[in-house]
Design a protein around this ligand. Structure first.
Ligand code: UDP
Length: 471
């Protein structure tokens, strides 16, 4: 039971399901055994999407939410990338964030933002509220970000032209081409925004990291070395959506019920991932050639349908219209297609799933880890190539298909990796390694586990503070 005057932790996810979902998961853990409530304040540039409201409506009563009035982005050039769009949505929402914080009429003991929300630190500072960063990705990417302002000063060329891979403390070396998208073109605004946010991480009172020691031992150890001006890092992961009842039943789950244990590969490219129509054809034929069972979340190809899916998660046309001719009939019984959005957390926890072909969004990877499902790593955008390097070369729980010279992953390559994952010795090894991580995850998330302990430490800190709002 919440005390009526229990302190409030405010969380502000920047636009995108990949930011909202992890923050709500953190919120759910935080309130579990603590006298705290959470208010999620959401900056937007459009009306709430179905995906957003479904997640928010299912939250426990100690977590409330407020949509800030939508800001306008219509003055931005048409091809502005996601990073500036997200950052500007946050920046232009700061006055209404401030207003909301002041009107909460309670003690706000912390503001938690994600990596694109660092401009809100100033508002929090002004109001005497300590602010924290919730980093929705792994230790490898966090270390890179912390290192980036220095790299920006010392590296003159584009990272892709560096003769040597980049060495990040405690991490496997990463080639320039595999670094995250926003640093691939220094002349783009996306890069400037990224360096801007990365440089502000050190202003946080603490950095909460959705990863865990067994997954990234050396990288986390480096991050936790104490140095002046370096915020403490709390590895609280893997925090993922584990609430299987959340979205109720779905026809794809009943379809899975009829399939043998571990026999289905789940194919999904996250909330924003789309393929070109040629690439979509290759994938379809590749899946068909693999002769494996598959469950595929299909989205309209990005060269045929204007794609606003990052923000809305729902594509506008019927994606099935773009599948190769006769494909649905030929794969009947063996393949099942879902349009645009599937209850991924539930799907991955279904016993019939034996592999996951993923775009390597960090939440998707963690959701696979907690269910012990090995991966095919097919990164598309953002930091996903770094994640793919981590899971395939370092942690060794994924196969990474080769991209051909034409920039496409060919049908034979797709058929071959899917087969190797689902049938081969190699697949078994990856599966074994994944199951071990799953066991660790269960342990550290249990009552006496390290992740639970880190969350408790934060909750106790935030419970005690009697900061009052000035102004
Ligand atoms: N997701 C889902 N159904 C879909 C696609 C995505 O439930 O069809 C969820 C997925 O379970 C994850 C989140 O959306 O929690 C996507 O986050 P991730 O970091 O993997 O990728 P992003 O969408 O941010 O690129």
């Amino acid at each position: 039971e919440q005390h009526p005057l229990s302190p409030i932790v405010v969380m502000m996810p920047s636009p995108g399901m990949g930011h909202l979902i992890p923050l709500t998961e953190f919120a759910k853990r935080l309130i579990l055994h603590h006298n705290l409530s959470v208010t999620i304040i959401i900056p937007t540039n459009s009306p709430p999407s179905m995906a957003q409201t479904t997640v928010l409506r299912s939250l426990p009563s100690a977590i409330s939410y407020i949509f800030l009035p939508p800001v306008t982005l219509s003055d931005l050039p048409p091809h502005t990338k996601a990073e500036p769009l997200i950052s500007l949505t946050v920046l232009r929402s700061l006055p209404s964030l401030r207003h909301s914080l002041l009107s909460l009429n309670a003690t706000v003991t912390a503001l938690v933002v994600d990596l694109f929300g660092t401009d809100a630190f100033d508002v929090a500072n002004d109001l005497n509220i300590p602010s924290y960063l919730y980093f929705t990705c792994n230790a490898m990417v966090l270390s890179f970000c912390i290192f980036l302002p220095r790299l920006d000063q010392s590296v003159q060329c584009e990272f892709v032209d560096l003769p040597e891979p980049v060495r990040i403390l405690g991490c496997i070396p990463v080639e320039g081409k595999d670094l995250l998208d926003p640093v691939q073109d220094k002349s783009d605004d996306a890069y400037k925004w990224f360096v801007h946010h990365s440089g502000r991480f050190k202003l946080a009172h603490g950095i909460i990291l959705n990863s865990f020691h067994a997954l990234e031992p050396a990288a986390i150890k480096e991050l936790q070395k104490q140095e002046p001006g370096k915020p403490p890092v709390y590895p609280v992961g893997p925090l993922v959506n584990m609430d299987r009842a959340q979205t109720g039943s779905h026809e794809c789950l009943s379809w899975l019920d009829g399939k043998p244990r571990g026999s289905v590969v789940f194919v999904c490219f996250g909330s924003g991932g789309t393929l070109s129509s040629v690439q979509m054809d290759e994938l379809a034929i590749g899946l068909e050639m693999s002769e494996q069972n598959f469950l595929w979340v299909v989205k309209s190809p990005n060269d045929k349908v204007a794609n606003g899916s990052y923000f809305s998660a729902e594509s506008l046309a019927n994606p099935f219209d773009f599948l190769p001719k006769g494909f649905v009939e030929r794969t009947k019984g063996r393949g099942f297609m879902v349009s645009s959005w599937a209850p991924q957390a539930q799907v991955l926890s279904h016993g019939s799933i034996g592999g996951f072909l993923t775009h390597c969004g960090w939440n998707s990877i963690l959701e696979s880890v907690v269910n012990g499902v090995p991966l095919v790593a097919w990164p598309l955008y953002a930091e996903q190539k770094m994640n793919a390097v981590l899971v395939s070369e370092d942690v060794k729980v994924a196969l990474r298909p080769k991209v051909g010279e034409n920039g496409l992953v060919g049908r034979e390559e797709i058929a071959s990796v899917v087969k190797r994952l689902m049938e081969g010795e190699e697949g078994k090894k990856l599966c074994h390694q994944m199951k071990e991580l799953k066991d660790v995850a269960v342990k550290i998330l249990s009552e006496n586990g390290s992740s639970t302990k880190y969350i408790s430490d934060l909750a106790l800190k935030w419970q005690d503070k009697t900061t009052t709002l000035t102004n």
